[in-house]
Ligand binder design. Structure first.
Ligand SMILES: Cc1ncc(COP(=O)(O)O)c(C=O)c1O
Length: 393
């Protein structure tokens, strides 16, 4: 069983010693490595500019992008040419939705527990094209219930199944492989919101068999805001059109603006990328992922996240008046507990005043604790103690 040296790790994550940082599901703490990479680039831009304005700067940037795609491919069990860099999970979700053609009456199946990152693009799809959105009622995400819910609503003709791998409301890990097989048997493509999975639990794109999978950098990968990725299975790339045409879409050296035949999409997921982003953030994201992968170790991080969320779940179940919403046996980095009709916004404020950072989930009137690989049992105990204290007031 992994048990990382949290003291050593926390030296690299100062925010985790300044606070009891139990909200990585919203934003992960920034590492010194990421900060140093961002600061180095930003300082160079300010004071010299050769790495910003010089032509070799573009090459360095393109190289950094390529390295980052490779590192992310390792993290998610994919090949580098199956990774597009994005600025968020939401961007990746949108690229997977708008890259397809839609007609009135098409149907998409999603779950009853989705985040606006998937719900809003689907709602726009419904408004723009008259696409029907069907909600599989997965309850709190218990595996058997989720499978039954999909079996109840899937049928031939459903064009896409769009769902979270880990529910942001309860932390349940959905049985993605089984749902994917079911969806494929009806001819639907599977598009996944991995905001709460990548970096928190082991994921393997090829083993999961899914088609598109969007994820965030700023949560469990401890990257800067505006970072993320989209996996597109190599043999499904042709099923997506770029929603934005940018410098990665087509090879400009063979493109002739007057000849439509030369507008040939690059045969890599990066052809879907939406253009230049804040370059220091790309370097920061690269440093964050490299640190996680090479120094912390993803397997060890996943194991510790799971151990601590199990601990948190067990301890939370002992709080009188609280109900743990996270199903047993499907651990992620999130534990959600319902605390009756207590105002959860006030509860979050109360904990913050004690230096404990968590979030509430309005949909379930629940409190959500994220258990990072740098957190400790003592921190979880403190958070639960504060929650109990607030409930008794
Ligand atoms: C399940 C889920 N999807 C999407 C998002 C949005 O992520 P991003 O800001 O990277 O688009 C979140 C963030 O909280 C989330 O929990």
């Amino acid at each position: 069983m992994a048990k990382l040296d949290t003291t050593k790790i926390r030296e690299q994550l100062p925010a985790t010693t300044a606070n009891v940082y139990l909200n990585t599901g919203t934003y992960g703490p920034m590492s010194r490595h990421a900060f140093a990479a961002i600061a180095e680039r930003a300082t160079e831009d300010l004071q010299d500019g050769r790495l910003h304005g010089g032509m070799q700067a573009f090459q360095a940037y393109a190289g950094r992008l390529a390295d980052l795609r490779s590192d992310l491919a390792c993290v998610v069990g994919a090949d580098a040419n199956e990774i597009a860099l994005t600025r968020s999970t939401t961007e990746g979700v949108n690229l997977g939705i708008w890259g397809r053609t839609w007609s009135e009456g098409d149907e998409v199946v999603t779950t009853s527990q989705e985040h606006p990152g998937i719900l809003f693009p689907l709602a726009l799809l419904r408004r723009r094209y008259g696409v029907k959105i069907t909600f599989a009622d997965v309850g709190h995400g218990d595996s058997a219930r989720a499978l039954q819910a999909f079996a109840d609503v899937l049928h031939p003709g459903v064009r896409m199944v769009a769902l979270s791998h880990v529910l942001y409301t309860t932390g349940a890990v959905l049985p993605l492989r089984e749902i994917t097989d079911m969806a494929h048997s009806f001819g639907a493509v599977v598009h996944v919101d991995g905001a709460q999975s990548v970096g928190a639990i082991p994921v393997d794109m090829h083993a999961l068999g899914i088609d598109y999978y969007a994820f965030s950098g700023q949560k469990w990968l401890c990257g800067p805001d505006g970072s993320g990725g989209l996996f597109v299975r190599a043999d499904k790339l042709a099923s997506l059109e770029p929603s934005f045409a940018s410098f990665t879409t087509v090879d400009y050296r063979t493109f002739d603006a007057k000849d439509p035949q030369t507008f040939v999409l690059r045969p890599e997921a990066s052809c879907l990328e939406t253009g230049t982003v804040y370059r220091p953030a790309v370097f920061g994201f690269g440093a964050a992922v490299a640190w996680l992968k090479n120094e912390v170790g993803l397997d060890a991080a996943h194991a510790d996240i799971s151990l601590l969320s199990g601990y948190c779940r067990d301890r939370a179940a002992g709080i009188p008046g609280a109900t743990v919403l996270s199903p047993p046996g499907q651990p992620s980095g999130l534990v959600a507990l319902h605390i009756g009709d207590v105002d959860t916004t006030l509860a979050v404020d109360y904990l913050r005043e004690s230096g404990v950072l968590i979030r509430n989930i309005h949909e379930n009137n629940a409190l959500r604790i994220s258990t990072g690989f740098y957190n400790t049992e003592e921190e979880v105990d403190l958070a639960l103690e504060k929650i109990f204290e607030f409930m008794r007031r």
